[in-house]
Design a protein. Sequence first.
Length: 93
Amino acid sequence: MMKLAVSPQFARHYAALSGADQRLCSEAVEALPGAFGHPHRHAGFGVRALRRGVYECRASQAVRIGFTRHGDTLLLQTVGNYDCIRAWLRRAL
């Protein structure tokens, strides 16, 4: 099973979410390590590759989580709406 790590940027963006969005995000994050790499398990999360080693998943219709894979660790990089994920891709990668 994959391990999780959290970047400082993810922690800041997570803290800025509403309480309801934080709960949805936490549920998605808890399920992500067991589901990653098993397409039938993560179908509801909408995990998809954006670039080599760079992924996103849905916590809800509006909230997405951007993360990268480093060996057996998934590094949670950012969380927010579609525009937040696009900005992260342009800026950081």
